[in-house]
Design a protein. Structure first.
Length: 359
């Protein structure tokens, strides 16, 4: 059932000032349009004003942001180079960022661009398209989310009677995009666009990706390195014991090696369960809290996994521990009796003590 979402239509603030900071994580502006498709004809039903940031709208946008952040089923990339004379989402969004257009104008341009992509897909259905900018501390993100509704029932608290109700179906939040303004405008080498596309959606996810215009070429080595770095930061933040962090490293390494061998992608929810079976969402929660993003649908880079394995041992004279990746990259065995460790790999205080002893 496609009916307009019943929200107030008052304009909040000045739509020409999209960057006003919020005191706590939340939206600074939001708008929704509806796209319908009947008998092969696709039509945009526009809303001419911003959504008032009522408790209901705040709850919806916060739920979307939380669900999006906690999902590990995302792909990452950057915007494709725009073609001269061709309207595209990235160009419209850049105009919005530079305050050349407001959110209403941006969303209408984007809704019409999406409508054209839907026309080419026979099985594409109508949906609501929610646009909002989200501020969290110094981070600015922009969301484009396709939503559907579902029939249901509710009990009137005054009359105690059952009535029909239509709800936004967040259980089917499977097609959405998020742009990190900070990384995009800093022109860093990080992938600043992520796309949430549920498995098995086929043509739906394809036309949505074409609408956003995302280059999804992913550097598997770079993404695997990020995952390992974030994992190490995670267990240090948790102040895990050496034994627990080593065990988790071994489990993660074994899991990723299997994925690499079978050429299967590393979905983050699954990895989070492998890392900490007792707190299955702890790692994905950590990534969301830190605003860290790793492309989930990539095959792990096999050689990079050596960074997860630690060589440890001790005797009555000394103990040693180092990452397996250092073998041949600073640690070598020139013969059966000798081990050579490059001095710059050692802690500074150890080097100083050795020099003092040698003197």
């Amino acid at each position: 059932m496609n009916q307009p979402i019943d929200v107030p239509a008052d304009v909040v603030g000045n739509p020409d000032l999209p960057g006003k900071l919020a005191p706590e994580p939340g939206p600074v502006a939001a708008i929704v349009h509806r796209i319908s498709k009947v008998n092969g004809i696709t039509v945009v039903h526009p809303k001419s004003t911003l959504l008032e940031l009522t408790p209901q709208v705040l709850k919806l946008t916060r739920s979307v942001a939380d669900l999006y952040g906690s999902s590990g089923n995302k792909k990452h990339g950057i915007f494709e180079e725009p073609k001269p004379g061709v309207s595209c989402f990235a160009s419209s969004l850049e105009k919005y960022y530079k305050k050349e257009i407001n959110l209403i104008e941006l969303s209408l341009e984007a809704a019409n661009q999406l409508q054209k992509k839907m026309e080419d897909v026979p099985f594409a259905k109508g949906a609501y398209v929610l646009f909002f900018e989200w501020i969290s501390g110094s981070w600015r993100h922009f969301y484009v989310v396709m939503l559907t509704d579902k029939d249901g029932s509710a009990i009137d608290p005054e009359k105690l009677e059952v009535r029909d109700a239509i709800h936004v179906d967040l259980d089917k939040l499977r097609v959405a995009g998020r742009i990190n303004f900070n990384e995009w405008m800093a022109k860093s080498d990080k992938q600043y666009v992520s796309i949430l596309t549920g498995r098995g959606l086929g043509d739906v996810s394809k036309y949505f990706r074409r609408f956003l215009g995302v280059d999804e070429k992913v550097d598997e080595k770079h993404e695997t390195t990020k995952l390992i770095d974030y994992f190490k930061e995670f267990y240090r933040a948790k102040k895990w014991s050496q034994e627990k962090s080593n065990t988790a490293s071994e489990h993660l390494n074994d899991h990723l090696k299997v994925l690499a061998k079978e050429q299967r992608p590393m979905f983050l929810e699954e990895i989070s369960r492998v890392i900490d079976p007792e707190e299955e969402t702890a790692f994905t929660d950590f990534l969301q809290e830190k605003n860290y993003e790793v492309s989930s649908e990539i095959v792990p880079h096999k050689d990079t996994l050596r960074r997860l394995v630690r060589v440890t041992g001790r005797n009555e004279y000394m103990s040693i521990a180092f990452e397996n990746a250092l073998i041949g990259q600073g640690i070598s065995f020139p013969d059966e009796k000798n081990l050579v460790v490059r001095a710059d790999l050692l802690p500074a205080d150890v080097v100083a003590a050795l020099r003092k002893t040698n003197d």
